[in-house]
Design a protein around this ligand. Structure first.
Ligand code: PEP
Length: 257
């Protein structure tokens, strides 16, 4: 059975002090959680990473960044490298989030470079894929996902694939309050797992974790997690409050027990 992974994407919210408070709140709420069933990851803004790392020190809660640049250092104003994220205390990094694809020109090619750089420095990439509403309505969902998966994973070995997490995030469900039904999520997750089976074989396909993202809340997590190919969640809005995020994590772990 694959271990669940639930990550909170705090997006561009929370100052350093607010991030410390939120991380402390989660630490208290998740004190009794059995981490044997679920990996929990918090992804604050860059400026709060070190402070949140300190709060999470000696807990089972992981830390992730929301983006990374693919070179180690250099004259690249505004960018942050994988080595720097490691230095700040990260174990994970979100790559190719739809907001980065939509507003900052992220492409499958840059996603691929970022995945390679992250793996080189021992960071676990959370690789985001997903179709927008227009693409879904034009029946192009699977084609879009296939292009994103194949483009993002160019020259990534089967061994390295297992050091990554895939997040299926239908763009029309992100921040809209409109969750994909658990059947829609399962259909896309199964498609991704079948595609990875063709690319990397049975063992890799069975081992890789595929999270669902898009308006996940305490009320819908159990149904999503109940599907055979849904291995966790990438949570935006509901991760910004300790009570809702801890309720999501706790419910998910109870379903999996
Ligand atoms: C996200 O930011 O990846 C996300 C899924 O956001 P929300 O949960 O708010 O839809």
């Amino acid at each position: 059975m694959r271990k669940l992974i639930i990550a909170g994407n705090w997006k561009m919210y929370r100052t350093i002090n607010e991030a410390i408070d939120l991380a402390n709140g989660l630490k208290r709420e998740l004190f009794k959680l059995d981490f044997a069933y679920v990996d929990v990851v918090l992804c604050p803004v860059f400026t709060a990473l070190s402070e949140v790392a300190e709060v999470l020190n000696e807990t089972d809660i992981g830390l992730g960044a929301q983006d990374v640049y693919w070179l180690d250092e250099g004259a690249f104003t505004g960018e942050v490298s994988a080595a720097m994220l490691k230095d700040a205390g990260c174990q994970y990094v979100i790559i190719g989030h739809s907001e980065r694809r939509q507003f900052f020109g992220e492409t499958n090619e840059t996603v691929n470079k970022k995945i390679k750089a992250s793996l080189k420095h021992g960071l676990i990439p959370i690789i985001c894929v997903g179709e927008n509403l227009q693409e879904r309505e034009a029946n192009n969902t699977f084609k879009v996902i296939e292009d994103q998966i194949k483009g993002s994973l160019t020259e990534i070995s089967g061994e390295d694939l297992l050091k990554t997490v895939i997040a299926y995030e239908p763009v029309w469900a992100i921040g809209t309050g409109k969750t994909a039904t658990s059947d829609q999520a399962q259909e896309a997750h199964k498609y991704i797992r079948d595609l990875l089976r063709k690319m990397y074989g049975e063992e890799a396909a069975q081992s890789i974790r595929i999270q669902y993202g898009g308006s996940v809340k305490p009320e819908n997590i159990a149904q999503l997690i109940g599907k055979p190919d849904v291995d966790g969640a990438l949570v935006g809005g509901a991760s910004l409050k300790a009570d809702s995020f801890s309720a999501i994590v706790t419910r998910a772990s109870e379903v999996r027990k």
